[in-house]
Design a protein around this ligand. Structure first.
Ligand SMILES: [Zn+2]
Ligand SMILES: [Zn+2]
Length: 331
């Protein structure tokens, strides 16, 4: 087998998104459960390398090799090509070709257009390794425009309150800001300190997020009617008391689970996901024309079962180390 069930490409002794330090790693994207520090050499897109260096430091791997999307890299008799996964900036699917056999490892992905990430490209293959974070029929994400509309309506309806939007620092924060801008919100957006470096990096890498300002140091009364982006852990703690009567919001695919939103004490849950929903997972399995499907990273059994009903070979991978919240709730 070209690829084993630990996502190890034996012919070139490289692991994809290894959870422990490896001599050679191919990293699909910058989320903590995929990109870890301490590898020997890392092969990834230039944006992912920039994100890793920003989060973990310049020396988080011994060496880096940047590979642009769509450029084949031959290593011995294996060819590696990265294609956009549409999940966060720089996120890639990995195509592995060897003697006519094509294997695609999706990493995390979504198919809906998102201007803070390069758009997903479908890659046909023989073996598809797909994530399944939202791999249950109950997950059918609403359009994010609709969710942002609910947020903006609440801002209009509650002019004396500030809105704190809990969003993870890589990907979700920038996506929410981009969606707000696209919906016409051109006021300054205020950032918790944990958001600032990655938002600046996105802007440096060409993603326009408009006027962003630090939330610390602002005057409480002047924050009425304003929108603040902060990590989910901050929106309910002492930090939030600096804002007038905050409306606690959270942007996540998990917000479609009402019980989860309630437990998190979220007043305004926003179902904004950076992963495929159930329909998009099925569509992708179908569109890639793959005959064999390996399912990882989430609710594996339902998708495996569905693939088998379609006459495909399918199995769950049960890889340790991928967390359904991405270790940082990147859903
Ligand atoms: Zn991710
Ligand atoms: Zn993930």
């Amino acid at each position: 087998m070209l690829l084993d069930r630990n996502l190890h490409i034996r012919a070139i002794d490289s692991y994809i998104d290894p959870s422990v330090p490896r001599e050679r790693a191919i990293v699909t994207h910058g989320h903590a459960d995929h990109a870890r520090s301490g590898h020997g050499s890392v092969l990834a897109t230039p944006d992912t390398i920039a994100i890793m260096k920003t989060r973990y430091g310049e020396d988080c791997a011994r060496s880096f090799q940047a590979l642009d999307f769509g450029v084949p890299l031959a290593i011995d008799d294996v060819t590696i090509t990265l294609f956009p996964a549409g999940h966060v900036l720089g996120s890639a699917q990995v195509l592995i070709e060897h003697r006519g056999q094509r294997v695609v490892v999706t990493g995390d992905y979504k198919r809906l257009a998102d201007r803070t990430s390069q758009p997903f490209e479908l890659v046909e293959c023989d073996l598809l390794v797909t994530e399944a974070t939202f791999g249950l029929p109950v997950f059918q994400h609403p359009h994010p425009r609709h969710e942002i509309g609910r947020l903006l309506k609440s801002v209009v309806d509650n002019p004396e309150r500030s809105h704190l939007v809990g969003s993870y620092a890589l990907g979700k924060a920038q996506r929410v800001i981009g969606l707000l801008r696209d919906a016409g919100w051109d006021a300054p957006i205020y950032l918790h300190g944990a958001m600032i470096r990655l938002c600046e990096l996105y802007q440096e890498l060409g993603v326009d997020l408009g006027d962003l300002r630090p939330a610390t140091g602002t005057v409480k009364a002047e924050m009425a009617g304003q929108i603040v982006i902060a990590p989910p852990s901050a929106i309910r703690d002492r930090w939030s008391r600096r804002f007038p009567d905050p409306v606690v919001c959270q942007a996540s695919g998990w917000m479609s689970v009402k019980q989860r939103a309630r437990q998190a004490l979220v007043e305004l849950p926003l179902v904004i996901s950076d992963h495929c929903d159930w329909g998009e997972l099925q569509q992708t399995v179908h569109d890639t024309k793959a005959k064999t499907i390996w399912v990882t990273h989430g609710r594996e059994d339902a998708l495996v079962y569905w693939c088998r009903t379609q006459g495909l070979e399918a199995e769950p991978l049960n890889i340790q180390g991928f967390e359904d919240d991405g270790g940082e709730g990147e859903a």
